[in-house]
Design a protein. Sequence first.
Length: 302
Amino acid sequence: MLEILAVPTVWNARNPDALDWRTLVQLSRPGWWLVHVWLYLAPTGQKYYLLASPCFWLGLAYALFPLNLLVYGLNDYTDVELDAKNDRKGNFMYGAKCSREQMKDLPRLIVLLNVVSMLVLALVSGRWLALTLWLPTAFSVNLAYNVEPLRLSSKGPFELPCVVFGFTGVATLASIVNHLPWAPVGFWAHMTCLVLRTQLWTEFLDFDPDAAAGRRTTSTLVGKAWSKVLVLVFLALEGLVTLYFFEDTLMRIFSCSGIVAFVALEVIRGTSDKEKKKAMKVQNALGLSLVFWIWHKGLFAT
């Protein structure tokens, strides 16, 4: 029983075969926590009273670490050999580069951290039934994406609707634990475009290692040129959705900047891996600044 509940005891074990807290945090990809911040805050916009609510902060903390560990950790668990050849791995932006020995205990820790966190959320919020349904759904979506027999992450283009459905769960969680109505239609349309263009953009970044390993993502299925076209299509759709639903200058500028950045970096001149990482970090910084503005204005809230 104690072995089932055991967790790492040190931040950095300095042992290539040990799963420590540093590796767990890397597996959750803090460089991409912004996505869950964006989605979780959406239905809570302008609800300043929530800043004094334990449910709000516990839900946000769960969305940042245990949930991201489920989303990205399970992905890395099934991609150990592929990630070993990926130079972008081994950091807090794109995830850890682990040995098979390190990863053997990861599924248990993912289940433990998510179940315990959900019990705490249910206890504090009182939403037992809704959260009892929500957590198995979250696990099912991530298992379908990462694990055979489905493993949709390697069966493009079917990974795309799976990813969109999975990320809708974050905003839904925020509505559940904070006792709020669902976000409006404009948010869901914008979120769909944002998630799809981000997914395709990251698949494009991983094109070479994925293609070398014979992994069929949407990007490797259509090729590099059409991958760029698809990213531009969803960037353009995101811009149109923003113009139609949101009369906010900063948000419109951000959507347009994504198109300009992608065209300049990937279509016109091309970039090195180092430049790609820098561009992603800059975009994340801009997005983090914008998300607080959107929350303040209540643009995604009902």
